[in-house]
Design a protein around this ligand. Sequence first.
Ligand code: AMP
Length: 208
Amino acid sequence: MLLGPPGAGKGTQAGQIVKKLKIPSVSSGDLFRDHERRKTSLGLLAQTYMNKGILVPDDITTKMIIGWISQYGNKGNFLLDGFPRTLAQATSLDESLDKNNNIDRAFYIKVSEDVLVKRLSTRLICVSCQTPHTSARDKIKESNKCVMCNGILYQRKDDKPKAVCARIREYMNKTSPLIEYYANSSILKEVNGENPVPKVTQLIIDSL
Ligand code: AMP
């Protein structure tokens, strides 16, 4: 699983890891955004939290991800991106997985707050494949198209400054305690997320 503040590069790394290891992955944020686009009742509910930059309640999120795991993740290895994000989610996840098929490694992607704010405020997402881009990194300014699939890019509502501050606050209050939780179960691996993208991917793959 990938753990880290908003803007640490979880989505980018998930894309790279899935390509290299050919395993299924799930991003709780992407699932919520998909529901939001399809205007399902879950999407409309989640939207009210996401637009403010606060976490969707645990019971809703946990049910959605555990449902995904039972459908796609029970046949072998899989990657979790952005879940769990609270201690309650982590304990529910542990209870739902059997002892022989629990989480092998929790990668904590560490990035300083200055870098996070800069990354998030310049980030654009592909509407088709969800790949995150920062304008500096991918030189997308000229084309405004996704480097992976040529899809249209947009700025997430929660990448605007007010929501970014709320998301970082939520992370500090509710998600950062998971670092200790996974360190205590000896599966935590810290990775410097300020390294270039391929280097971060390599550190993760080598550790697996
Ligand atoms: P992300 O795409 O991972 O940055 O998530 C975007 C938003 O989706 C977050 O700010 C939350 O509102 C919601 N969200 C994503 N994952 C979770 C989670 N594990 N628990 C609660 N809310 C979540």
